[in-house]
Design a protein around this ligand. Structure first.
Ligand code: ADP
Length: 326
């Protein structure tokens, strides 16, 4: 393998708070170790369209506390095609980029895996997504911030919910995984998390109505993971109106609120450590791996293990939520 001199860094897919801290860590750690760094704008789109700039130590000053990503992010259809990836490779060569650090979610790392395989490029991934849905890592960058945002919002909704004796259905993000709904419910003292993983096992709405709202509570809050399986908050509210018309139901969809904001200390530290670990990995000759955290330690997870797997929900968390919502 030819020696790596220049490392390219990009953020791709859905943005997540802490991506800037990761860009900063990759850039500074690479420069510290004698590499040149190039920033690629708009994820794979910038690689295909040749939007590539030099990054210096100062280029990443004062960005750590901002949500979003200074490199911007995008979804790129061209990169899904061989021709698009070939164009991306040509631009990498044009800018003398020998290796890539890709910060993104499941889709972005799937693209990285494909690109690395086709063009024999060393690529290291950093898990950046609020969903926490990548396997092989305890946490993804942005998840903790999103969880705190959800908690902050639900605390406020609780005030109005209890004043009016209402049932509030709050939709949170998470795609196919329900970490935000489940841990968000525990952190905010909600009565239930309605999640796709449990949909086939139990009627979660009936359970909520029977166990909490009807018996003793004057207000209830359920967090619902956005998913066709749960029907999202609107779907659940429709059911309440039909099946339990005596209850006063309200819906809040948190939506993109969950993506923004200044990253928490935990996300900044995770991003900083993962950025530094990505450069270590490249120096050790690693490729096609994602940086993960396992019991507080930085680990290398092969792309094949990290992506397109369902991270299972911890049943202990479900049990805790259930017990505490009586
Ligand atoms: P996320 O990384 O947040 O999961 P997406 O799923 O939208 O975001 O993926 C981001 C981008 O990664 C896509 O727009 C596409 O350019 C690239 N990508 C995703 N999957 C593949 C794939 N199988 N092959 C090539 N590129 C892919």
């Amino acid at each position: 393998m030819a020696a790596i001199k220049t490392i390219g860094v990009l953020t791709s897919g859905g943005d997540a708070p802490g991506m800037n801290a990761a860009i900063r860590a990759v850039t500074r750690s690479a420069i510290f170790n004698g590499f040149k760094v190039k920033g690629i704008y708009r994820g794979y789109k910038g690689l295909v369209d040749d939007e590539i700039v030099d990054l210096q130590t100062q280029s990443v000053s004062g960005i750590m506390h901002h949500g979003g990503t200074i490199l911007k992010t995008a979804r790129c259809k061209e990169f899904m095609t061989v021709e698009g990836r070939k164009q991306a490779y040509e631009n990498m060569k044009k800018h003398d980029i020998d290796a890539l650090v890709v910060i993104g979610g499941d889709g972005s790392l799937s693209g990285a895996q494909q690109f690395a395989k086709e063009f024999d490029i060393p690529i290291v991934g950093i898990p950046g997504t609020i969903d926490n849905d990548l396997s092989g890592t305890d946490h993804t960058i942005g998840y903790d911030t999103a969880l705190n945002t959800i908690m902050w919002c639900v605390d406020r909704i609780r005030d109005t919910a209890s004043s009016h004796e209402r049932l509030f259905i709050i939709e949170v993000m998470g795609r196919e995984s329900s970490f935000l709904a489940l841990n968000g419910a525990i952190a905010s003292g909600a009565e239930a998390a309605i999640i796709p993983e449990m949909a086939s096992k139990v009627d979660q709405l009936s359970e909520l109505i029977q166990s909490g709202f009807r018996k003793s509570k004057n207000s209830s809050i359920a967090l619902v993971a956005e998913s066709p399986v749960t029907g999202g908050a609107m779907g659940v509210a429709e059911r309440v109106k039909k099946e339990f018309p005596q209850y006063n139901v309200r819906v809040t969809i948190l939506g993109h609120l969950q993506r923004g904001g200044s990253p928490t200390a935990q996300d900044r530290i995770l991003a900083s450590r993962m950025g530094a670990a990505a450069i270590d990995a490249l120096m050790e000759g690693q490729r096609n791996i994602m940086i993960g955290d396992d019991d507080e330690k930085m680990i290398y997870v092969p792309f094949s293990k990290a992506i397109r797997h369902t991270k299972t929900i911890d049943t202990e968390l479900l049990d805790v939520l259930h017990r505490l919502s009586i």
